[in-house]
Design a protein around this ligand. Sequence first.
Ligand SMILES: Nc1ncnc2c1ncn2[C@@H]1O[C@H](COP(=O)(O)OP(=O)(O)OP(=O)(O)O)[C@@H](O)[C@H]1O
Length: 576
Amino acid sequence: MNLMWRYAKKYKNYIFLNFLCVFSFILIELGLPTLLARIIDKGLVPKDFEVVKTTSVWMLAVCFAGLIGLILLAFCGSKISTSVIRDMRDDVFAKIQEFSHEEYDDFGISYLITATTNDAFQVMTFMQMMLRMGMVTPLMFIASFVMIIYKSPSLSVSVILAVPFLLMGVILIGKFSAPLSEAQQKGLDNINTNLRENLTGLRVIRAFINEKFQEGRFEKINKIYSETSKKLFKLMAVPQPGFSFIFNIILAIVIWFGASQINLGQLQVGELVAFIEYIFHALFSFMLFATVFMMYPRAAVSAHRIERILERVPRVTENINGITESKTHGYITFENVTFAYPGNSDEPILRDVSFSAKPGETVAFIGSTGSGKSTLIQLIPRFYDVTKGRIIIDGEDIRDYNLSFLRQKIGFIPQKALLFTGTISENIRYGKHDATQEEIESASKTAQAFDFINQKPDKFNEFLAEGGSNMSGGQKQRLSIARAIVKKPDIYIFDDSFSALDYQTDVKLRTALNSITKESTVLIVAQRVSTIMNADKILVLNEGNVVAEGTHRELLKTCDIYYDIASSQLTKEELE
Ligand SMILES: Nc1ncnc2c1ncn2[C@@H]1O[C@H](COP(=O)(O)OP(=O)(O)OP(=O)(O)O)[C@@H](O)[C@H]1O
């Protein structure tokens, strides 16, 4: 509720108009039964058709005013709720952009997608209901109740007696629906996770003929979701027949006692009709309010999930007032860096890592899978922060830099080349938004991408499908390398970024890179010894420790692990 109100405040004028419409709508709705009673008692019974005519005209006018009120009410409700959700979604999206990888790992991608789509939709639907019915119904109920007591205190007893039962029913349903709503949203998260995995891993699933297995997994998750939804919908279906039942009992009692009061001359027929109308309004309002109330737990769960995102303080922040200047360009020092993934502080992935690199130097990292190579280089752009020790770039602790300035120094080429929907040009320009066509072409030449781009029907305007799925693995890698090159960074970080290239292209690319990285610092993570054998320095990692450091030749002699890796990939001659 707090979250909704915080956002709705911005649309105060519409809320005020909404409230005015609610108020006038209630006056109109409650005025109609009184006019009806007048038609019956003062017009139809004494056969005074002049009264019937004039009161009917009044009724028409009141109905028309009510219609305008309803239209305005719908307009205000839609305007406020859609605007609020648009703002909320924008903020959630902006917040997600600020998150470090720790927060992504913590929430999970599916949670973030469900919150931005389905949760936002639930909140919007509830707000719309709230603005239309949530405001009208309590006021209508109270006003009708006052009219019921005012018109006939003796007949109103049956209505008063029914109220505690109605209240209890609503509270009980609200109580039971809250955990079910939460379970339903979690179920939807699971469906999203499963679907994402299934769609992105389609090729693997087919290659391993695991379609049936996947179907089974999906069926299981889908069943849990549908069972929870079924229970929730069943619960939400209870009030309508319940209220109709109570309404009919009250109606029977009122007609029974009302008829005898008419017989005794204590009540007029029109008054009884108006009284029944008021009961209908009161109970119908109560029922509608109960519907809104029952939607509340679901909306509250969704709002809470959105709030968790909005209130999360990212571990790595932009550091707006951080350093935005440096005298040198590309000096890196790791000082006793220890790192454990958040939530796993007992098990550091990196222990006491120290090394340095300077402009014009290429430093490579090699080691068995899971030894911590990717983790190590992800600490440099602060995807995660070190647990102990520090990383110094150009004389300053990286945590003291303005984050954008720090990242501007770095050209990061991830292990898994990721491209965006758009043209090849747009994807390369992602590294430098104002890059000229000349710069783009030059970067693509260095990345050995120029030739294959020119073979595409639309060349640099060739459109890339979602995730660059219409490019081969090697083409994607070369485009993501070109994207980093066009940025002309001080520091290049290649996270096993040559793995999908054939040997010849790998050699050509590294030769071309040498000429443009003379003044830059290059860090390379690689599995292939041939990719890094010319590096100025190679660090061998084993279970998070740097076990050796040196050139290819030195390591062949001094480090058994390196020798084992090298001998499994190189010929005897190459090893000598
Ligand atoms: N986000 C994460 N949360 C928790 N643990 C992680 C996370 N990412 C990686 N790890 C763990 O950290 C360890 C090091 O992983 P890392 O990816 O750095 O290894 P690597 O040497 O680059 O391996 P590879 O050569 O296979 O890419 C592994 O045990 C891995 O399970």
